[in-house]
Write a protein that binds this ligand. Structure first.
Ligand code: NI
Length: 405
């Protein structure tokens, strides 16, 4: 693919050439990772592969951080200065691949269906290309290969606990995610809240079971559960400011096992997606209040269990502007788009609670691809042309960041 640029400077051309020079190798790494996916927190071989490749290109990776996480520190040749971190996630999903690609998953029921293989390849390519830039850099570059993005508690939180943002002290952190609805050669950025906090809840309704012919002698948990599901809709429509995005979904109801038995218990499971901490707390509190109130009205009781998910992902304005400008340098202003907010979640949010930074979108669809299968689907087919695009962006970003006073 060709990287487009507005005014092509010498520097722009250099980043593009460097990215192009590592593209074949990085793509081969991606294909290996794609063929051998591993689930969250089971990325043993993936981690060993990444560490081995890093050693081959002259790095001394620190392994076993937050599980199978890897960290690499590149010291600039012109002495110490600011520290920038770049992060890739490395885990795959329990999906049976249906792409028919020659390098399709060789593991039954497992697939890199979220593009983390591509993220890893972009960061490996960046690692290799950075060796060329190293003599002229002032400061440090930290490369983070992170396990467990797809499952709680989130590998990011584990790597942070293991000190990945210290030694050297990271000043800002950046990451990216492929987007199959965006064309290769384009990227998306946006500051402020961009991805949701996803919390899960289990709501158990305790009634009193009995014979289906004698409901007056029972507290019917099925009936109460239905009232609760209806009443929960009022939380979003009647309690929350319409300018605050919220999703409240009840995804499962389990109760009873026979036509003529009234069950004494029902269990509802659901997800809550919010874009700010105060709204998050308000919604979770209202779920409890509504459930309690409806249950009291019917002589039942409710027990609510909440599993808190990742934080809201909030991109800091200064770092987002820097990232956007670095991408425009190598892609051209016309190829930079706004990153639409999403009710999806991303554990990169943990890093952004600790440090300023920005998480962007990397276009990964071939222009001729009409299907554009989505993330987390068995036919996801990302265009590998996005790998050198991501590398060129990171090179540009590293240089711009380390140059800043
Ligand atoms: Ni993902």
């Amino acid at each position: 693919m060709t990287l487009q640029s507005g005014g092509l400077t010498i520097e722009t051309a250099r980043f593009q050439e460097l990215a192009a020079s590592v593209a074949e190798w990085a793509t081969a790494c991606r294909r290996h990772l794609h063929a051998y996916p591993e689930l969250s927190y089971q990325e043993r071989e993936t981690s060993e592969f990444i560490a081995a490749e890093l050693r081959k290109i002259g790095y001394q990776p620190q392994t076993g951080i937050g599980g199978f996480g890897i960290k690499v520190v590149l010291q600039g040749g012109k002495g110490p200065g600011r520290t920038i971190a770049l992060r890739a996630d490395i885990d795959a999903l329990p999906i049976q691949e249906q792409t028919g690609l020659p390098f399709a998953s060789r593991k039954e029921g497992l697939m890199h269906a979220c593009g983390h293989d591509v993220h890893t390849a972009v960061l490996l390519g960046t690692a290799r290309a950075l060796r060329e830039l190293q003599p002229e850099l002032t400061g440090q570059v930290v490369l983070i290969f992170q396990p467990g993005e797809e499952s709680a508690p989130g590998g990011a939180s584990l790597m942070i606990k293991d000190g990945v943002l210290e030694n050297p002290h990271v000043d800002a952190i950046f990451g990216l995610h492929v987007l199959p609805s965006l064309t290769v050669g384009q990227m998306g950025f946006g500051d402020g809240p961009r991805m949701a906090a996803p919390d899960e809840f289990d709501l158990t309704i305790h009634g009193k079971g009995g014979h289906g012919a004698h409901p007056y002698a029972t507290v019917d948990a099925v009936y109460v559960a239905c009232q609760v599901v209806n009443a929960l809709q009022s939380v979003v429509s009647r309690n929350i400011n319409p300018f605050d995005p919220v999703v409240l979904t009840v995804g499962s109801i389990h109760s009873g096992n026979k036509h003529n038995i009234i069950p004494g218990e029902a269990v509802l499971q659901g997800t809550v997606r919010t874009m700010s901490q105060p709204v998050r707390e308000q919604v979770l509190r209202r779920i409890q209040e509504v459930a309690d109130g409806v249950c009291v009205a019917h002589g039942a009781t409710a027990t609510l269990e909440v599993r808190t998910g990742y934080p809201v992902l909030v991109n800091s304005p200064g770092e987002t502007a820097l990232a956007r400008a670095a991408a425009a340098t190598v892609l051209g202003e016309g190829n930079i788009t706004d990153m639409a907010p999403s009710m999806g979640a991303e554990d990169f949010a943990f890093y952004l609670q600790e440090r300023p930074g920005s998480f962007g979108r990397l276009g990964a669809a071939a222009p001729e691809d009409r299907e554009r299968a989505g993330l987390h689907t068995p036919r996801l087919n990302l265009d590998e042309g996005c790998i050198p695009v991501g590398v060129a962006y990171y090179l540009s970003l590293v240089q711009d960041f380390l140059r800043c006073p």
